[in-house]
Design a protein around this ligand. Structure first.
Ligand code: PLP
Length: 407
């Protein structure tokens, strides 16, 4: 069986984790702080904070911005449920927006959905392809959009507009107009979940990129406190001589990253650009070579004049099929011992969001993208031969189902 996206766990990772275990310091400590520095550097920002998930990153930023009941947050209908759940947890209403053919949020639609309740927009870089950040920032800076925005607290006052919080769960290492993901929005939440390009098993980070009038060091401090029970000192600071006393300034969350996770991340990041992304790109190119000639194959955009993805998901679409036929094709692919996936079932198709009243009929592009989509395996240890096996399985499956249609 060719799996979908197993992590790359080799001796380097194992040795680094063992080193942490032997050090006697297993929760947030020196390795997490070092990993934060490297993540900030790599994503082109001054400060990054590491957490135990990407979802935690979005929740923390929504809380920091004071998002609450009565507010609205615009998100794409085409994303993983984490994006929407984070908004629900804040108390605000997720306002879902349709996407474009490239799977990313449609900025013209966003403009239509902004109200005087909108506090945040969360674009999602699906598959690692950055969203249209210049257009999004231009939109929220427009005088007529700014004038709808009524600040309720200090951060909102200081920003004076809708915040762009990128869900960069897929996009670490992706580029937009030469700039890395992390430096494209006001803040970006990365995920280091086991299936992501760069993993720490579970984990995440926020890259902070707010305008200079925000003190990045102070913001880091505030988020650090918020991520650990509102406690003014973390465990690492408390063990220093005489450092036992702390205060609690709010009922914060429990979102800190551990040094065990950070040790995996340090190894992963050190080889990410020079090794991981090189291999992932080669896999994408081989899929293009092998599948590009078929009329039924709609291959995902991963590079254009302004954007370069980090090759996170190979979002193949089969032209002309409906949901039922797509499912049959997937069945036939699995029958040949190749694991494939669908990214994503649009949120309005999931029970919880359906019951809240979201209706897939209002998101026609999201539905069309979904009903023809099959994600192919992409992972470091996938060999050229494996790619060929996947392609042959896909070709055979598609031809079988399309022939059945003609018969
Ligand atoms: C994986 C993912 C997340 C959540 O990441 P976690 O680290 O698992 O919390 C958020 N958004 C998208 C689009 C994702 O794919």
């Amino acid at each position: 069986m060719i799996p979908f996206s197993p992590p790359r766990i080799d001796d380097k990772i194992i040795d680094e984790v063992i080193d942490t275990l032997k050090s006697g310091w297993i929760t947030t400590g020196p390795k997490t702080k070092l990993f934060e520095k490297h993540i900030a550097e790599y994503s082109g920002v001054n400060r990054a904070i590491c957490l135990n998930s990407g979802t935690a990153g979005m929740e923390l930023m929504l809380s920091w911005y004071g998002v609450q009941e009565g507010d609205e947050v615009i998100i794409p209908a085409y994303t993983y449920t984490a994006t929407a759940n984070a908004v629900i947890h804040s108390g605000a209403k997720p306002v879902m927006c349709d996407v474009k053919d490239d799977f990313n949020i449609d900025v013209n639609e966003v403009a239509r959905l902004i109200t005087d309740k909108t506090k945040v927009i969360i674009p999602v870089d699906i598959g690692g392809l950055p969203c249209d950040y210049d257009e999004l920032l231009e939109l929220v800076r427009k005088p007529e959009i700014r004038s709808k925005f009524t600040p309720r607290n200090e951060p909102q006052e200081l920003l004076g507009r809708i915040m762009i919080l990128a869900d960069g769960a897929h996009s670490i290492g992706a580029k937009y107009k030469g700039k890395p993901s992390g430096s494209l929005a006001d803040a970006t939440a990365f995920s280091f979940h086991a299936v992501k390009n760069l993993t720490t098993a579970e984990g995440g980070a926020i890259a902070l990129n707010l305008p200079e009038r925000f003190d990045a060091d102070k913001m880091y401090q505030d988020l650090n406190i918020k991520s650990l029970h509102g406690q003014t000192k973390d465990a690492f600071a408390k063990v220093k001589k005489g450092g036992w006393r702390y205060d609690v300034v709010e009922a914060g969350y429990k979102y800190n990253m551990t040094d065990i996770l950070a040790s995996i991340g340090l190894v992963e990041l050190a080889r990410y650009e020079s090794d991981t992304l090189v291999r992932r790109r080669a896999i994408f190119e081989r899929y293009y070579d092998k599948l590009g000639q078929y009329e039924w194959a709609n291959l995902p955009e991963f590079e254009n004049e302004n954007k370069c993805s980090n090759y996170h998901l190979f979002l193949l679409r089969i032209n002309g099929v409906d949901e039922y036929q797509r499912n049959l094709i997937m069945y036939e692919i699995f029958e040949q011992d190749v694991a494939v996936n669908v990214h994503y079932q649009p949120l309005p198709m999931l029970s919880y969001y359906k019951h809240l009243g979201y209706n897939i009929d209002h998101y026609p592009v999201s539905f069309k993208n979904y009903e023809q989509e099959i994600s192919l395996p992409v992972y470091y240890d996938l060999t050229d031969n494996d790619v060929d096996v996947v392609c042959n399985a896909v070709i055979k499956a598609v031809e079988k189902v399309l022939e059945r249609q003609e018969a």
